[in-house]
Write a protein that binds this ligand. Structure first.
Ligand SMILES: Nc1nc2c(ncn2[C@@H]2O[C@H](COP(=O)(O)OP(=O)(O)OP(=O)(O)O)[C@@H](O)[C@H]2O)c(=O)[nH]1
Length: 341
């Protein structure tokens, strides 16, 4: 059986449901990154030093991150030796496998899912600097839970930026969920407190809290977040169930620096990569997973309400390479018609 057929069978069944949206959302990365890999594998055929060098350059350009690329290339070299691979195109499934491994990290797939409370109110806190797509993501997530029949309440905890409260209200109206707010400039912890009370009174399932992201004033941000955590924990002892840091994928390595800066210090439990549809450098998902101990849980693939997807490494890699795999299969079938008999 060919490598490609094996890959198709070995990749979990989940990937068979790869949505067109996922594929569409990654169009830019697919044409800049995957098509270059495809071209390289078909053009060069032979796996030699020039091949590795060119592959290295493509991966770095896609923002996979220099250290990760070096490790990846070393891994590929040893797999090529071990599996005695000669034809460059046969390296594609190995590359896919390695990319999935890198994206999964050590804690495997379950770590990529949003944690919800088993009983009672789930509290999800959003952090991230202005303009990364925080409000949009909150709106999309509220829409998702609403569609699932859950009762959702939003808390307008970004009282700092002019317009942030109104922007959340627009999303609240659009999705049809209540937004708990106070005046601009008020204490965010007080807003969150009100929202917790309101959510409990209404027997809501999920409270999603917006917060201000002011990196320029880290000490205050930390104090503010700690205060918010204390308020939340007093009301719901096992909350917040998730603290999601939103990062704009189009800012590439900058997103990675933000992840590091906010990262562990603010108790972030998951990352959201927005605007993946707007970048050819989708490799940033891999760099971030490698540099951080925090999994990517959600990805934004467009501006519309349902353009939010759970991040599944298998699905991500499969969506990237699926056209390539299909073309290779067709090529193989043309070359080996007897296999079908
Ligand atoms: N293409 C695309 N655009 C997105 C995505 N997510 C958000 N956006 C757009 O990015 C812009 C900024 O998003 P906001 O949600 O306003 O960003 P924010 O982080 O809440 O910004 P502040 O309210 O300033 O903190 C908006 O124009 C969104 O429509 C995405 O996944 N894909």
């Amino acid at each position: 059986m060919s490598f490609f057929k094996k890959l198709k069978e070995s990749i979990s069944t989940k990937t068979e449901n790869v949505t067109n949206k996922f594929k569409e959302g990654l169009t830019k990365t697919r044409s800049a990154f995957v098509e270059r890999v495809e071209d390289l594998m078909i053009r060069r055929k032979k796996i030699d030093e020039d091949f590795y060098e060119e592959l290295e350059e493509i991966l770095i350009t896609a923002d996979v991150g220099v250290n990760t690329v070096m490790e990846l290339i070393d891994d590929l070299r040893s797999e090529v030796r071990k599996r005695k691979i000669e034809d460059a195109a046969e390296l594609q499934p190995v590359l896919s496998e390695k990319l999935v491994e890198l994206l999964q990290g050590e804690d495997q797939v379950t770590a990529n899912q949003i944690k919800l409370s088993d009983n009672g109110l789930t509290v999800i806190l959003f952090v991230g600097v202005n303009g990364v797509g925080k409000t949009t993501t909150i709106g999309k997530l509220a829409h998702r839970y609403q569609q699932e029949g859950k009762q959702v309440v939003l808390a307008a905890g970004d009282t700092f930026r002019a317009g942030a409260i109104e922007q959340l209200e627009v999303w609240g109206d659009r999705v049809g969920v209540e937004v708990i707010k106070q005046q601009a400039g008020s204490d965010p912890a007080a807003v969150i407190y009100d929202a917790l009370k309101a959510a409990k009174n209404r027997n809501a399932d999920i409270l999603i809290c917006d917060t201000a992201g002011r990196l320029q004033n880290k000490v205050n941000l930390m104090e503010e977040l700690n205060k918010i955590y204390r308020v939340i924990q007093r009301e719901v002892p096992d909350a917040p169930h998730e603290v999601l840091l939103v990062l704009d994928a189009t800012t590439g390595q900058n997103a990675l620096s933000q992840a590091k800066l906010f990262g562990e210090k603010t108790g972030v439990t998951g990352l959201v990569l927005t605007k993946l549809d707007g970048t050819a450098k989708g490799g940033i998902a891999i760099a971030i997973r490698q540099e951080m101990d925090i999994p990517v849980k959600l990805v934004g693939l467009g501006e519309k309400m349902d353009d939010l997807q759970d991040f599944d490494p298998d699905q991500f890699v499969h969506a990237l390479f699926s056209d390539f795999i299909q073309r290779e299969e067709e090529r193989e079938e043309l070359e080996e018609p007897s296999e079908r008999l």
